[in-house]
Ligand binder design. Sequence first.
Ligand SMILES: [Zn+2]
Length: 125
Amino acid sequence: MTVPTEDQALENSARLLERAELELTNLPLMEVTPVAGNPRNGRPYRRLCTQQRALGLPCWICGHDIDPGLDARDPWSWTLDHAVPLSRGGSLLDPANARSAHRRCNSARGNRSTTATVERTSRRW
Ligand SMILES: [Zn+2]
């Protein structure tokens, strides 16, 4: 049974295709330009945000509390982050993948800069 059957070969290529599609659909979404069909604008996503925010958890990146009263544009305001980044196949809507984070911590982690920046500035607290 070492030679793959035709079915297995087909299944393998189907799986490869599936993975390529997954990577495409999981590309980071541009937050500045909401597109129709963007799941981040959907009700399930908003509900997840509300639920996660209501937990009142500290930032999972730097460990400091998050002031819920801050303006959404404030770098220290609350944002929904994902334990497994969406770009790596993490689920957008799975509560188990949801984390509370400061806006600045979230975006510092989101781009390619390391957590070293976050750790250094968080010492000021
Ligand atoms: Zn933080």
